[in-house]
Structures are given as structure tokens and as C-alpha cells.
Design a protein around this ligand. Sequence first.
Ligand code: UDP
Ligand code: MG
Length: 339
Amino acid sequence: MSQDRLTFVIAAYNEERALPQLHPRLLAVLDALHGLEGRVLYVDDGSSDGTWAILQALVAADPRVSALRLSRNFGKEAALTAGLDQVQAGAALILDADGQDPPELAGQFVARWREGYDNVYGTRLEREGEGWFKRLTATVFYRVMGRLSRTPIPADTGDFRLLSPRALAALRELRERHRFMKGLFSWVGFRSVAVPYHRHRRLAGRSKFSLWRLWNFALEGITGFSTVPLRAATYLGLATAVSAFLFAVWVVGKAALYGDRVAGWPTMMAVILFLGGVQLIALGLIGEYLGRLYEESKQRPLYLVDTWLAPPVADSVLQPTLGGQADDHGSATVGRQVS
Ligand code: UDP
Ligand code: MG
């Protein structure tokens, strides 16, 4: 095998305080890779702090480092997609910019890749610096997902993983707008293996994922990988209809036997409100899926590149290849795969 390549892909959104701490560790890891050409690719997800200035300095200082700046904040999933789209040779290793995923484990990931695994993912043994509530909701979410989706999604697994060239190529085929990356990684399949690791605290700064954002993330996961809720709505409707019928038989029977003295106002209200509630829930569910269908049908690009900063040396691999032209120092590129 000729010199293989490993590219660290790192999405960063307002990480000016964490990056200067993470980068030296990354470079040390690159130096220690045996028989592998190491690269680092940062994606600035429309940061509003000094992140981009820091990335510019890092790119200027080391020819192995390149950076991509998106035109605005597109969210981590899109930022990762932008980064992975650029990795045209070798494997990619996805890391968080805040140091929660230790780059020092790269050796272990690469060893598994060498054994023939395509999807080497880090599984958290513990979550430092995360409260009981986040742990609990995460556990519940993975359980529910496991039940609802036919794509098995490993629990306690984030985006920290190594993807072989063919897994990357497969992932690039998936251009859906609503991206639940964990699900997409699993959907691709191939030989997968877990590497257990201790998830550290953030080096600096605050988590960008609020409770509300996590809830929406969970919805994304469920609607993206399962239509069980839609079917559940059907059964809920059926069950309601059957009980309504039985109730009607009872009411009519009672009136026939004992006469009707126009009682039952509370029951009537209860029934009306119950039916209204069930209908609205079912409608809302349909709306969730319909909204996503609408988003997909617009066929917008997943992200837009503002600037592409590659090392001055001509680099045959890390070239923007998607949809538009860009010189080494950046012009707009459209982040869409031309197939
Ligand atoms: N991130 C991003 N775009 C966003 C939000 C987050 O690129 O809109 C990056 C962020 O810089 C970090 C990673 O995604 O590298 C994980 O984010 P964070 O640490 O806030 O999430 P947590 O680890 O708390 O789940
Ligand atoms: Mg984090």
C-alpha cells in the first residue's frame, strides 16, 4: 500500500478559546502517525468570534493544515458534511473542536482501520461534565431510536469516528437536507467496530447544544430514520374509533332501555376534547414529515463555502471538487455533489 492518508475533520463554531489548546495536541498526533500522511481540515461553521482568524494563522503555519469557512452557521451536521466532502483520498477522522474527543486515540482508530474496519467509532465510557439530565435523556433517546429505527444506531456514540475511503464515498452519496449524521454513518453499514473511550470535559467555552436544540436533534433522528410514528398515528386513530363505536353502542343502548333524559354533558365534553386532541396529534405528526418532505423537495445545497484556505503547496487531494470552482484562496463554492 502506498502512503495512506488520514485527514482529521473538525467542525468549529465559536471555538476561539478551545482551538489554540487542541491544535498543538493534533500536530503532535500527526507527527506520531506511522506510515500515514496526516492532514487536518477545519471547518469554520460561520463563527462570530475570532475562530476564523485563528484558523488562518494555523493554516499559514503548517502545510498539513487547511480550513474551510462556510458562508454562515449551517449547524454541525452540515459543517461535517462540508469537511467530509473535501476528503478525496484516504480516511477521515472526525473530532470535536472542544477537545472532548481526544485526538491521541487516533493510533487505536487507525489500527482498527488497518484490520479492515470501515467505520471505527468511539463509544463513551463516561460523560464528564454532563449533568444527570443530559445523560438520562441521551439514554432514553438511544433506547427509543433503537426501537423505532431499522438502522441500528449504537448508543453513547457521537461523531467521533474514523471512516475508511469507501465508507466516505458511500456517505457522500447521501445528500438529504435533514441530516442526522449518527444515523447516516450507521445506514452506510460496512464493517464497524467500537473503540471505548473516556469523554473529557470541554477545554473551554460552552456547549452549543441547548436542551431545545437537542430535542430538535432527537426529532431529526426519529423522523429521518423511522416512519413508525406515522403508523402509530394510524393505530391510535383505529383504537380511538373502536372505543368510540363501543361507547356509542353503550349510549344508544342505554337510551333505548331507560329513555334519554339529556344527561351526559361531562361525557360529551370529554369525548369531544379527547377526539380533538387525538386528531391534532396525528395532524402534527403528519406535519413533521410533510415539512421535511418540503425541505427536501427544494433541493437547496447543504452548505455554501465562503473561503477555502489550503496550504500554498499544490495539493492534489484537498481540492474543492464540488459543483463550483475555487482557487486555493477561496471563492464561493457550492457544496453540492455533482453526480
Ligand atoms: N459545532 C458546529 N456548529 C454548530 C454547533 C457546534 O460546528 O452550529 C461544533 C462545535 O464547535 C464542536 C462540535 O460541533 O466542535 C460539538 O459541539 P458542542 O461541544 O457544543 O456539543 P456537545 O459536545 O456539548 O454535544
Ligand atoms: Mg462538546
